[in-house]
Write a protein that binds this ligand. Structure first.
Ligand code: FAD
Length: 311
């Protein structure tokens, strides 16, 4: 069996695997698609010490770094379920893959990340990375001095609007409901900024573009039924992040939002099972944060193995 079996090949999983291998532990990494969200990212300018890079380049570096160590990489493999085999099997865990294969390990480190919730309207996919963006911390500066929209009036949407309003010319927030769900203090802050306009009861129906880049969006006023067009350079979709933890429901403790609960060492509600990165209840989701939490959880697993070495 493995001593550390990492599930997920994004920044959190890669960091975890390297830290485990450097401790001389038998380490495996199972990934549906190595690279995770980073593979879909164009420009990255906040990975500290690397001034600017691109998603695919960072993924290649991540993989090369993992391959420097004795790590068994199982790419294009999807985990379907996790079970504890109990004390009779020395506390081993068993991970079942979609292929039917079963892997055993003394500790498991879950780093399956998350995905942005999409609007599912025409144009969204076509203009993804060409004006349709999901991460204001990442892509906000690309829209300096331009007009943008934020879709979603929850905390993340209003935070994004406030953040963007410092950089861009103007922000329009489109909220589907009759009122914003964001905290009062955020709403007040947004209202106090001169360049944020909030439109409620607005259903975005289409992302429009010129064939190469976004040039606006269409929305329906749900109260009157009238259709409107907004001219924009960018659209930030802020309608939620979905953790890739559906397959763990009932196995370990998740938050109401479906994120894996972890302690300061990255341990989940099951001793010996750790988690890191965007799939956890970590309040901020970024590459550098995912890597740090992957290292933390890996050291947590190492510590667990030392204390349970006689079992
Ligand atoms: P992920 O990167 O999501 O990786 C998850 C891994 O788990 C993948 O390998 C996936 O295939 C695998 N997986 C999922 N489910 C299973 C399963 N059941 N079985 C096996 N494997 C599974 N952050 C920044 O810091 N700077 C940026 O500029 C930036 N730009 C971004 C732009 C975009 C478009 C997006 C989407 C995100 C961006 N982020 C950025 C956020 C950053 O990418 C994430 O915070 C980070 O990738 C999280 O790392 P992770 O390892 O936790 O998860």
């Amino acid at each position: 069996p493995f001593e550390v079996l990492v599930v997920g090949g994004g920044p959190a999983g890669a960091a975890a695997a390297i830290y485990a291998a450097r401790k001389g532990l038998r380490t495996g990494i199972v990934a549906d698609k190595f690279g995770g969200q980073v593979a879909e990212t164009v420009g990255i300018e906040n990975f500290i010490s690397v001034q600017a890079t691109q998603g695919p380049k960072l993924v290649a570096n991540l993989e090369a770094h993992v391959r420097d160590y004795e790590v068994d990489i199982m790419d294009n493999q999807r985990a379907m379920s996790l079970a504890s085999l109990g004390q009779t099997s020395q506390g081993l865990f068993e991970l079942e893959l979609a292929s039917g294969a079963k892997l055993r390990s003394r500790t498991v480190l879950l780093a399956t990340g998350a995905r942005w919730r999409e609007m599912n309207v025409p144009g969204e996919q076509e203009y993804r990375g060409k004006g349709v963006a999901y991460c204001p911390h990442c892509d906000g500066p690309l829209f300096k001095g331009k007009r943008v929209a934020v879709i979603g009036g929850g905390n993340s949407g209003i935070e994004a609007a406030i953040d963007l309003a410092n950089l861009v010319e103007h922000v329009t927030v489109l909220e589907f409901d009759a009122r914003l769900r964001a905290d009062e203090v955020l709403q007040r802050k947004a209202q106090s900024m001169g360049n944020i306009k909030i439109i409620t009861q607005a259903q975005t129906t289409e992302v429009t573009g010129d064939g190469t880049r976004v040039n606006g969006l269409n929305y329906t006023d749900r109260q009157t039924g009238a259709s409107h067009h907004l001219a924009l350079a960018g659209i930030f979709v802020q309608i939620g992040l979905v953790p890739n933890a559906e397959w763990l429901k009932g196995t370990l403790e998740l938050t109401p939002r479906g994120e894996i609960l972890v302690d300061a060492r990255g341990q989940t509600s099951i001793p010996g099972v750790f988690a890191a990165g965007d799939v956890t209840d970590s309040p901020f989701k970024q590459i550098i944060i995912a890597m740090g939490s992957g290292a933390t959880a890996s050291l947590g697993a190492f510590d667990y193995l030392i204390r349970h070495s006689d079992e």
